[in-house]
Design a binder for this molecule. Structure first.
Ligand code: SF4
Length: 265
């Protein structure tokens, strides 16, 4: 039985789809976005990080391994205890990452278990996977949370390490399959938030009947500590988080769409 490499399972999540959800985080991602808030999710292997903790005025260095292998049944055992909460709140399970579609066999098995037990399923994806993988999971996926970052293929490759061509083709596939989708746009000052990029994303999304909502995800500093713990350079050190006014202005660009637009999801 194919095991999945999981780096976290969080219960009571309210930002990863409708209702109250359990979010399963799969480790490994084909992209390397410079703004990534989960650098510990990128490598498709368990990795050790150092954590410093203080006790009675003394500093201790602890080593922690991120990522462990689990079967679909082991993951489902944790998910199923929350079925009454899902039923009550209209929630379910969300597979996130990293990129969950990087582990297609494990994901497919786990999705099947969830759907066989009546659990609503969502996939939080950067969209970078083969068409075949998308086609495999369509029958067991109720909702996609689909990232759209940059429309320029060159800029996309520069800031994420991959062109967006595969991603845009997969979005067309999701549209053909008419799976309900929430588009997630990371707002990164000076990178994704220029008028040209946001207007182009809006034009791309407007005719898609699968898209039910747009979530704007503003940049914040919270990942900074993770980068230092992992000895990784944090390239966005100098960026300032948005003010409420700036976010309101960006959101207003999407006012003429017939679907809800949220800040933060
Ligand atoms: S797609 Fe998501 S998880 Fe992957 S590198 Fe980009 S921000 Fe990080």
């Amino acid at each position: 039985m194919e095991k999945g490499l999981i780096f976290d399972i969080r219960h009571f999540s309210v930002h990863d789809g409708p209702g109250i959800r359990t979010t399963v985080f799969l480790k490994g991602c084909p992209l390397r976005c410079v703004w990534c808030h989960n650098p510990e999710s990128q490598k498709h292997e368990p990795e050790k990080v150092q954590r410093t903790t203080k006790l009675d005025g003394k500093e201790y260095n602890l080593s922690e391994t991120i990522g462990s292998y689990m079967t679909s049944e082991e993951v489902f055992d944790q998910v199923k205890t929350h079925i009454p909460i899902f039923d009550e709140s209209g929630g379910g399970v969300t597979f996130s990452g990293g990129e969950p579609l990087m582990q297609p066999k494990f994901l497919l098995n786990t999705l099947k278990l969830c759907r066989a037990n009546g659990i609503h399923t969502a996939i939080d994806t950067c969209g970078f996977a083969s068409n075949e993988v998308f086609s495999l999971i369509f029958p067991y996926t109720n909702l996609f949370l689909f990232d759209l970052k940059l429309v320029s293929p060159q800029k996309h490759e520069y800031y994420t390490g991959q062109s967006n061509q595969v991603i845009l083709k997969n979005l067309s596939l999701v549209e053909q399959n008419n799976t309900p989708t929430i588009i997630r746009i990371p707002l990164i000052p000076g990178i994704t938030d220029d008028l040209f990029n946001l207007e182009a994303i809006k034009s791309m999304v407007k005719p898609l009947r699968c898209v039910k909502r747009i979530d704007l995800l503003p940049y914040h500093h919270m990942a900074k500590d993770k980068y230092s713990r992992m000895n990784l350079p944090y390239e966005l050190e100098d960026l300032k988080p948005y003010t409420a006014y700036q976010l309101g202005e960006i959101k207003s660009l999407f006012n003429d769409l017939d679907i809800p637009v949220t800040i933060g999801g």
